[in-house]
Ligand binder design. Structure first.
Ligand code: SAH
Length: 370
């Protein structure tokens, strides 16, 4: 509940404590954490009159784990708790093999970190729990950046399995909690579409799409990322999977590289665009749209007739409908015909709360280009 939605605050509860929420007419609506410092002033935890203590978190965590048992298979890296999607606002728990990685992004969760770690140990049985509390959003809650082991200790470079691919991930230094778990199902889907294809992956990070493409039978995969560290891991990941001879990784700015390859006449059968969130806020959307347009336009120019464009946005503000508009407009500018084969989103271990559109932040369009 945003500050602007709250008419009055009655009583005395410290920030991070539990408050009841009532409608203007006095009807009891639910219970949640309060943080007056945050514009997200109350994070609703329940709409039932239950106690918010250890037992409450135990039940919610057990439900989150039971759901993953049902939907996750063939991978050792997945999201165990996805904040509001698991009715645990501000809490992220990811699993990398034996290791659990925790983020507490709301004050109410942060001050209960030790109960949460206890419960994770009890229910998930990891060999160690790492805290990756360095996302910028913590500042909005008045929380400092903090990382390190909360329980046990282990190397922070962890090998994980995803379908037939294995990846070395770094939970301490990698982006997010080390790996883009939200793209897992999309990486597996692309792996099935690339037989004999020449593939270009423009924002490859540690080689997620690239390695799956090579394992899926791509003739060759060219992949770039602006981060040298990511490219080093990607190169290692290609070797780890025995596909290094069919992969070329380079440190480059994707915008420049796309332009350069268009001008040198390089052509591909599949181009993958998975850029960082260009639109972090609503205000930055117009500039972001221009960025998405530019890369999609150049990707279309690189594609042979019949080729496949994989175009992603991981920004809630750049929603599916808008990304489709961008692709359509890029197609029109390049005089190409595009048809959508699939409109995909984030993996099922990132479930969407229907009343909270922000929980659906990832779009992945797969389109064929004539
Ligand atoms: N598809 C990847 C995740 C990509 S995340 C996976 O499945 O794992 C986006 C990546 O874009 C990051 O690795 C970031 O380093 C990179 N990046 C950001 N700006 C870039 C630019 N201008 N050119 C190339 N890469 C860029």
């Amino acid at each position: 509940m945003y500050a602007g939605e709250i008419a009055s605050l009655d009583g005395h509860v410290d920030d991070g404590g539990i408050v009841d929420v009532r409608s203007l007419r006095g009807q009891w609506l639910g219970r949640g954490f309060i943080n007056r410092k945050s514009t997200l002033t109350v994070r609703l935890l329940t709409t039932r009159p239950e106690d918010i203590g250890r037992e409450f978190f135990q039940k919610r965590l057990a439900e989150a784990i039971a759901y993953r048992k049902r939907i996750v298979n063939g991978t050792s890296a997945y999201r165990v708790v996805y904040g509001e999607g698991d009715q645990l606002p501000g809490l992220i728990v990811d699993r990398y093999g034996d290791i659990a990685v925790l983020q507490t992004l709301a004050l109410g969760m942060d001050i209960r970190k030790h109960i949460l770690v206890d419960l994770i140990n009890e229910l998930v049985h990891p060999s160690a729990v790492y805290e990756r509390n360095d996302p910028g959003v913590r500042r909005l809650e008045g929380l400092a950046s903090q990382t390190g082991w909360l329980s046990g200790e282990a190397p922070t470079e962890i090998e994980v399995q995803e379908g037939r691919a294995s990846f070395l991930t770094d939970i301490a230094r990698g982006q997010k909690t080390g790996f883009f778990l939200d793209q897992r199902e999309n990486r597996l889907a692309i792996g099935r579409l690339v037989k004999e294809a020449d593939v270009f992956d423009a924002f490859c990070y540690t080689g997620g799409f690239a390695v799956h493409a090579a394992l899926g039978g791509a003739k060759h995969v060219t992949a770039v990322d602006i981060s040298e560290e990511a490219i080093n891991l990607a190169t290692g990941n290609a070797q780890r999977n025995g596909v290094a001879d069919r992969c070329t990784f380079m440190v480059a700015n994707a915008f420049d590289e796309l332009r350069r390859q268009v001008s040198t006449g390089t052509r591909y059968d599949v181009v993958i665009l998975d850029p960082p969130a260009f639109a972090k806020t609503k205000d930055s959307l117009p500039r972001a749209v221009a960025g998405y347009k530019e890369i999609n336009l150049r990707a279309l120019k690189l594609l042979r007739p019949g080729g496949i464009l994989v175009s992603c946005s991981c920004s809630y503000h750049m929603q599916e409908a808008l990304l489709i508009e961008v692709v359509a407009s890029a197609a029109s500018d390049t005089h190409r015909t595009v048809r959508l084969m699939e409109r995909r989103g984030q993996a099922q271990d990132h479930p969407i709360h229907p009343a909270m559109p922000e929980t659906r932040y990832l779009t992945c369009l797969i389109a064929q280009v004539a």
